[in-house]
Design a binder for this molecule. Structure first.
Ligand code: FNR
Length: 185
């Protein structure tokens, strides 16, 4: 099986983010055919359509990096029952200029992580609404709502909860198969 380049977007800028810790765990638990890399989004200027004629260098670098990826994983917290603005901004930046979206046809998965009991379900599904429009084949099963995130990691940020480790390993196996089924190149 070909090695697949997977861009990982984390929807939190917080230093001790549970979502970033979960993203690192996904990298570790993924099958060897998947090479995951966290692509930073905090430096992206806020999307403004006026700038599309002369885009900021950060936008261009981000768009090029996403275009080069085989697949994308979104790892996101929930802010007010939706996706944090920083992640929505990255999605909007990547989607333009019109007709040149970097996201088009990229298979993707959504993993949502929260200390709360429902595992950021609201953010997970709001994000899926955008992914339909962006024409990204989005893995449906297993759904990944990771709740109780404040109890899953050790002080070094390692995922120590065995049942969550097993679950996320299954998610990554399923995603490897999903990428092959929906490969755009
Ligand atoms: C939150 N949080 C939160 N949690 C949740 O489960 N549902 C929600 O709607 C919200 N809303 C919300 C809004 C804002 C502005 C903040 C700052 C936080 C709590 C959130 O899940 C918690 O801060 C997580 O730790 C954020 O994820 P990271 O930064 O740990 O990855």
């Amino acid at each position: 099986m070909a090695t697949r380049d997977v861009a990982v977007l984390v929807g939190s800028l917080r230093k001790d983010s549970f979502n970033r810790k979960a993203a690192r765990a996904l990298t570790e638990l993924a099958p060897q055919t998947l090479k995951l890399e966290i692509i930073e989004i905090g430096q992206l200027p806020l999307y403004n359509q006026d700038l599309d004629t002369n885009p900021p260098a950060e936008w261009t670098a981000f768009r090029d990096r996403i275009r080069n990826a085989d697949a994308v994983i979104f790892v996101t917290p929930e802010y007010n029952r939706s996706v944090p603005g920083v992640l929505k901004n990255a999605i909007d930046v990547g989607s333009r200029p019109y007709g040149k979206s970097a996201w088009d046809k990229k298979p993707c998965a959504v993993v949502s992580v929260s200390p709360g009991a429902i595992g950021a379900f609201g953010a997970n599904h709001h994000l899926r609404q955008s992914l339909v429009f962006l024409n990204m084949p989005t893995m449906q099963q297993p759904e990944a709502y990771v709740g109780g995130a404040d109890k899953l990691f050790d002080p070094e940020g390692k995922l120590t909860n065995e049942s969550t480790r097993g679950f996320l390993a299954k998610v990554m196996q399923a995603f490897a198969a999903w990428i092959e089924k929906n490969a755009w190149r």
